[in-house]
Design a protein around this ligand. Structure first.
Ligand code: ZN
Length: 106
């Protein structure tokens, strides 16, 4: 499992805000869902290109579990399709490369 970083947590919160339409838990009828703190692997065990050494696009699938806090019923959200595994943000340029017009320097 991989711990989600701050950006992945932010992206997951945005995914939940825009995509989550789920009602109460289908098992216990409570409405007590929450995401796990990690991204989990689901590894195919059969096929010509399976297991941890499989090459993309096959190989381990990455998921974030969404869990019912009452009964444990779990859903798996594909981390790639949910946008959690996107490229890292572009860092800001070094401060020395920023031009500040006279009188606007920070
Ligand atoms: Zn439940």
């Amino acid at each position: 499992m991989l711990n989600m970083d701050a950006l992945q947590n932010k992206r997951l919160a945005e995914w939940i805000r825009t995509k989550w339409k789920h009602g109460p838990c289908p098992v216990c009828q409570e409405n007590n869902f929450g995401p796990g703190a990690d991204i989990a692997f689901l590894i195919p065990v059969q096929g010509s290109d399976s297991g941890m050494q499989a090459t993309p696009p096959r190989g381990p699938y990455l998921f974030v579990p969404i869990l019912c806090g009452n009964c444990g019923y779990s859903m798996l959200i594909n981390a790639n399709l949910a946008g959690l595994m996107g490229p890292p943000p572009i860092p800001p340029p070094p401060e020395g490369n920023i031009y500040y017009p006279p009188g606007t320097e920070p």
